[in-house]
Design a protein around this ligand. Sequence first.
Ligand code: NAD
Ligand code: TYD
Length: 339
Amino acid sequence: MKMLITGGAGFIGSNFIFYERERQPETEIICVDKLTYAGNMETLAPVLDQPRFKFVRADIADRKAMDELFAAEKPDVVVNFAAESHVDRSIEDPSIFLQTNVMGTQVLLDASRRYGVARYHQVSTDEVYGDLPLDRPDLFFTEKTPLRTSSPYSASKAGADLLCNAYQRTYGMPITISRCSNNYGPYQFPEKLIPLMIANALADKPLPVYGQGINVRDWLYVEDHCAAIDLILEKGRVGEVYNIGGHNEKRNIDIVKRVLGILGKPESLITYVTDRKGHDMRYAIDPTFIHDELGWLPATKFEDGIEKTVRWYLENKPWWEKIVSGEYRDYYERMYGKR
Ligand code: NAD
Ligand code: TYD
């Protein structure tokens, strides 16, 4: 079996590659990644020299490159993780989000159709459902919740999902979609909440909490997301959308305090800053469908997952310190300098 994994040098894609390597060592993996600011070859070091693994640096929106790659490799399965993924960046400049997340998906769908892949899986997000009010804890996102996006990021992901639906219906392509809640774990780029707070706390720098810190996210350990995708590839039904989440809602401020607690750093580092524009209030997944259909349940409790994650960042300082000292710093200045 040959699996083409896009965006595999990023956070979830790399974790998925490691997961598949363990679970199905016979699978041939081709990782395609453009290596944007978020892609890091160092992350893939453990698998780079392995047999049945190949890395190709390419842009999923480059039609010629994808056509040549599909013609040469003829993958059986395509799993599309490649995306611009950070909401704050999408607010600064939406165009690359549309280019990669929408046009890139179209290019991959066309190539998958042309070369007859047996399964195309689109890795999407719960953010396509917009947000839920804080005062309605009885409400959750189900697969039937209408798409109602808030940020250019979520709009681009919803656009890609709709294209997948269209290609499935129009051309009868074997497509599945998964929509997961916020992930955390090893190799997450330190611009996202949890790794940013760990990195800042370790450097005794202020921890920038947007608004009042009362926005709620539904956190899932990255390996549980990988397990769900693996299960969808194995047993999922073509044409279905699967929501992935483990009923683990937390307010941002509580996440930040937990990180400080684990690191033994003072809460005085917390700094409230101007809120994100259009900031979604609450995400919360109803995972009944994937549980009933595929038997998926998260394996990692938040308390264990967050401790493991903080420990990983402590033990892998060179990985993220290089990032923090590079291009990321310019972005950081632009994003937080005037806040
Ligand atoms: P990430 O930003 O860490 O990684 C994205 C990867 O895609 C990087 O390696 C980058 O170099 C690559 N990439 C970007 N543009 C590309 C292009 N045009 N061609 C080829 N490669 C390109 O993102 P992530 O957090 O790992 O997210 C992966 C996927 O999961 C995304 O589709 C995202 O929307 C989705 N998702 C993420 C979360 C989360 O909490 N992080 C939750 C649900 C869904
Ligand atoms: P983030 O990790 O960017 O994920 P998403 O916006 O896709 O959910 O942010 C998670 C939450 O943390 C979100 O409500 C915004 C908030 N946040 C902060 O308060 N401060 C920060 O510096 C960042 C990056 C995020």
